[in-house]
Design a protein around this ligand. Structure first.
Ligand SMILES: NC(=O)c1ccc[n+]([C@@H]2O[C@H](COP(=O)([O-])OP(=O)(O)OC[C@H]3O[C@@H](n4cnc5c(N)ncnc54)[C@H](OP(=O)(O)O)[C@@H]3O)[C@@H](O)[C@H]2O)c1
Length: 229
């Protein structure tokens, strides 16, 4: 990628792990947070891990959004609508919003192994309703656990990418394949995001039951279906 990637909510484990992996791959990354100092301190931690050449900085979420056309949402579902409304004036046509949000019941005090019903069908489809015209929404990364992203070594997981915008989906598959170990796969339309989000709830249940950190691999497709390193 030649363009910067803003990871909003990148102070949390999921966004931090993605930002770390992209910084390791040489991408320019901006960590977003509700608090600029918290964002900067996360960026500093990534710089310590990756080295002084890492192209990473931190900014308040709306400021970060103004600095990039590739945006990744890694915030809990309870903050989803409010953040998107806040970002709306800063979102430019041609931008891509990548949504990794999972609407876990834990957001309203329920179990992390269950999802909430979202009127639009999924958190990513809710995002599509809230962004201005000309902004593409792509669902991805719901099934990559933060523990894997923040550990050393390649990530043992595939990333299924869903979008109604063919070009944006292609861009995000390339971005996903920049995470060491990941193969990205075209998962079709954005409406399939509801399935990706449900799979995460299942994976959380598996992690609790078996005390591990699960990932998914999609097998049996022709080689052309996989975008890898
Ligand atoms: N953790 C995983 O393994 C994993 C895997 C796949 C998908 N996901 C999804 O990725 C998202 C982030 O996961 P996470 O575990 O990193 O979450 P998290 O730690 O709960 O939250 C991430 C960041 O979001 C910001 N935030 C918290 N509440 C917010 C609110 N109400 N409004 C706006 N920002 C808020 C916080 O940053 P500031 O306080 O700095 O603003 C926080 O550091 C979730 O939707 C989750 O379902 C997580």
């Amino acid at each position: 990628m030649t363009q910067p990637i803003a990871v909003l909510g990148g102070t949390g484990p999921e966004g931090f792990g993605l930002a770390l992996r992209w910084a390791q791959a040489g991408e320019t990354v901006i960590i977003g947070s509700r608090d600029a100092q918290r964002a900067q301190s996360a960026a500093d931690k990534i710089k310590q891990r990756v080295g002084a050449s890492a192209k990473i900085s931190g900014a308040e979420n709306v400021v970060a959004c103004g600095l990039a056309d590739l945006l990744v949402l890694t915030i809990p579902f309870e903050g989803h609508v409010a953040l998107l409304k806040q970002l709306k004036p800063a979102l430019r046509p041609g931008s891509i919003v990548i949504d990794a949000t999972v609407p876990l019941a834990a957001s309203v005090g329920g179990r992390a192994s269950r999802t909430l019903g979202v009127w639009q069908g999924s958190a990513a489809q809710e995002t599509a309703e809230l962004v201005p015209a000309g902004v593409a929404v792509v669902a991805a990364f719901q099934n990559v656990g933060a523990e894997m992203l923040n550990a050393e070594g390649p990530v043992d997981c595939d990333v299924v990418v869903c979008s109604d915008d063919i070009e944006a989906g292609r861009t995000v598959r390339k971005l996903a394949a920049g995470v060491a170990g990941v193969r990205a796969i075209d998962g079709g339309k954005l409406e399939n995001a509801r399935i990706l989000e449900q799979i995460t709830a299942l994976m959380i249940g598996l992690n609790i039951r078996h005390k591990g950190h699960s990932g998914i691999r999609i097998t049996g497709l022709p080689p052309a279906a996989y975008v890898g390193p």
